[in-house]
Design a protein around this ligand. Structure first.
Ligand code: CA
Length: 400
């Protein structure tokens, strides 16, 4: 399989006229020339610029990774089980103990408990084990040259150059992900400029090699974005029978007392805490999966990466690091990702049956989910609005 792929790649590269990539490179180099002028105007030194761009060429691999569109999006369970692995939990527990003193210092200063700092670190780079090996200036210059998100990446590139200019890291050390995320907690350059902290006091903000710098920076980031030190992130809960799943919209905040009145309990059956707090209800999978009440800190976690699944991964890993239990639910046997084509056919079929799912595009958003909920509700099914193979089969066999 791999061999065939290499042959195919070889064929494609031979089939492409050499002049196309050469002219791309020429265009890129002329773009770099213009960009360097703008960078000087924004205060970057000429020495830094000349050194930073000396060996930079258009990186085709970065462009390929950026334009990749997966046909399948993983389900919550598939994502979650690959994010919160036994290995990560065990390693997280060990490192949480090992760096306890340092973590306590960060908590004292920023109010963020150490278990979350370790969980982010584990999710982002396997606790510093893999921080990426693509030269940041090259990846950002390539993405800034590409018209798709040129403005965003041009700003990131300027910030990356500022970091070099200030001498926090050498050009050779400044490596990271193809999309420009850097160091052990994978900060984008703009976040680095805003939130990085010199935790060990050596005058440099080194997010690659200094753990105090990494933890203090992560703490500063979360605290600046509104981390509430008295609050946790949220809790797994159990829902009463015949629950109205429309309430699990992840958007409407209600007091804990109100959720309690509706019959929600902690996953282990105990009553919800009595605190005067607002919470939103999230159901990341279908009605058979786990439900979570989340507090304001959950929103702060999402500022790191704007995805419920990611934030639930970080939060649950943090819980497991201090010995809290696994989720109360297991993935059902029929948990299988739908392809974009299958999602699209769910949307088409809903529209055909008279439930407005919007323009079929294979991306399930709130309109498709409401349409699916209406379809389920009329058939006395749990109205979780969750697109599954089962729902697809049911839609395909339903007549008008
Ligand atoms: Ca430092």
């Amino acid at each position: 399989m791999r061999f065939r792929f290499i042959l195919l790649a070889l064929f494609l590269s031979l089939a492409l006229p050499a002049s196309a990539s050469e002219s791309n490179e020429a265009e890129f180099q002329s773009w770099v020339k213009d960009f360097k002028k703008q960078a000087v105007e924004q205060g970057i030194s000429k020495t830094t610029l000349d050194q930073a761009f000396e060996h930079v060429t258009l990186n085709q691999k970065v462009l390929d990774l950026d334009s990749r569109q997966p046909e399948f999006t993983r389900t919550f369970w598939q994502y979650f089980r690959s994010a919160v692995t036994e290995w990560r939990i065990a390693k997280g527990r060990y490192l949480y103990q090992k760096h306890r003193r340092l973590l306590d210092e960060v908590t004292k200063k920023y109010g963020v408990p150490g278990r979350f700092l370790v969980a982010f670190w584990g999710m982002e780079t396997n606790f510093g084990g893999y921080t990426g090996n693509i030269p940041i200036i090259e990846s950002l210059a390539t993405l800034a040259f590409d018209p798709r998100r040129s403005e965003f990446f041009s700003k990131e590139l300027i910030d990356a150059l500022k970091i070099l200019d200030q001498g926090h890291v050498t050009l050779d050390e400044m490596k990271g992900s193809w999309a420009g995320a850097m160091g052990q907690c994978q900060f984008m350059p703009s976040n680095y400029v805003r939130y990085a902290v010199d935790g060990d006091g050596d005058g440099k903000k080194d997010l690659w090699g200094s753990l105090p710098d990494v933890f203090f920076s992560a703490g500063n980031f979360l605290s600046t974005l509104g981390w509430q030190k008295q609050e946790n992130w949220g809790r797994e809960v159990s829902l009463p029978e015949n629950f109205n799943y429309v309430l699990a919209d992840g958007k409407t905040a209600r007091p804990l007392a109100e959720w309690s009145k509706m019959g929600l309990k902690l996953a282990d059956g105990r009553p919800l805490p009595k605190e005067d707090m607002q919470a939103k209800l999230i159901l990341p999978s279908d009605y058979r999966g786990p439900a979570f009440l989340v507090f304001d800190n959950f929103k702060v976690i999402k500022r790191w990466n704007n995805s419920n699944n990611y934030a639930l991964g970080v939060a649950h890993l943090a819980d497991r690091i201090i010995g809290r239990p696994d989720l109360s639910k297991k993935a059902p046997k029929d948990d299988k990702a739908l392809s974009k084509t299958q999602m699209k056919s769910i949307q088409e079929r809903l529209n055909w049956l008279g439930y407005d799912a919007g323009k079929p595009d294979g991306i399930v958003g709130s309109q498709t989910r409401s349409a699916l909920r209406a379809f389920q509700a009329e058939r006395d099914l749990p109205a979780d609005g969750y697109p599954s193979h089962r729902m697809l089969d049911m839609l395909l066999s339903t007549q008008k």
